[in-house]
Design a protein around this ligand. Structure first.
Ligand SMILES: Nc1ncnc2c1ncn2[C@@H]1O[C@H](COP(=O)(O)OP(=O)(O)OP(=O)(O)O)[C@@H](O)[C@H]1O
Ligand SMILES: [Mg+2]
Length: 259
């Protein structure tokens, strides 16, 4: 089996489509029988409810604080090839509880070590901050996927985010690569969206993924039903674009070319 790819979906800006992207790529990969683990590293627990899970006995909190072995906190989902390491608001405490702990930034990486090889892809949904949880994700992963909303303030913070990633790469994780920037909530009729998308593509060039995820009410509806869009309405524009993205990553994308 090929080496497991760990992909964290991050942007410190809130509400840009991180969870939607993590949930839909994880389910799309699992739907074509790749063994996938989805880790919800956000105390909001949106990726957990996004795959229809509620009231978990154990969550990523126990794994992160090394209170339980990782395999014991994993739950099955509606898809046989998709497992979930869920979260809930208990995880908010982990950020503080980890502060006095040795190697606090490596806890996810350490907890994942023995389990990693059971999966082909691991997606980590990060919270909207650059705190200790996100740092744990960036140290445990190989690739960072950055959803970016095509709006005026989108570029604010992006350069800083990219330079933070470079710092983490130099200091903690030399394997770390940028998978790409994904333009989300794109409305092709909106001039501002078009202009921002063009600026991002001109400036960041080939690190921007080729397809944009359209703004679609069906995507928002799907989240409220606890279903990924590709299972809620697989013919909707949002679902088709996430499937196209998954297909591109699985068939065309050169994972080795990234820096
Ligand atoms: N392409 C889209 N079109 C319309 N609505 C969308 C789209 N993508 C996501 N949404 C909706 O926007 C909201 C925010 O999306 P999401 O939760 O994926 O963002 P996030 O970056 O994970 O947010 P947070 O920073 O709070 O974790 C959700 O209600 C989601 O259903
Ligand atoms: Mg989220």
């Amino acid at each position: 089996m090929k080496k497991t790819k760990v992909i964290c979906v991050m942007n410190q800006k809130g509400g840009v489509g991180k969870t939607t992207t993590a949930v839909n790529l994880a389910t799309a990969f699992a739907a074509v029988e790749h063994k996938v683990l989805l880790i919800d590293l956000d105390p909001q627990g949106n990726a957990t409810t996004g795959v229809g899970k509620l009231n978990l006995k154990y969550t990523i909190y126990e794994a992160l604080l090394h209170l339980k072995p990782f395999e014991e906190i994993i739950s099955k989902t509606f898809l046989p090839f998709l497992d979930l390491a869920g979260s809930n608001n208990e995880l908010a405490g982990a950020e503080i509880e980890l502060v006095p702990v040795l190697d606090r930034e490596k806890h996810l990486s350490i907890a994942l070590k023995h389990l990693k090889s059971n999966y082909q892809y691991i997606f980590v949904d990060c919270p909207p901050s650059l705190g200790l949880l996100t740092l744990n994700a960036l140290i445990a992963c190989d690739f960072v996927l950055i959803p970016l909303q095509c709006e005026f303030y989108a570029l604010d913070g992006l350069s800083r985010l990219l330079s933070n990633i470079q710092t983490i790469k130099k200091t903690f994780n030399s394997n770390l690569k940028i998978l790409g920037i994904l333009l989300t909530m794109y409305d092709k009729r909106c001039l501002l969206n078009q202009q921002v998308a063009k600026n991002v593509r001109d400036y960041f060039k080939n690190i921007v993924l080729p397809m944009e995820i359209p703004r679609s009410i069906k995507i928002a509806e799907a989240s409220s039903h606890g279903k990924p869009i590709i299972f809620y309405d697989c013919k909707s524009a949002g679902a088709l674009r996430y499937l196209e993205l998954a297909n591109y990553l699985l068939t065309t994308f050169n994972w080795n070319s990234q820096v």
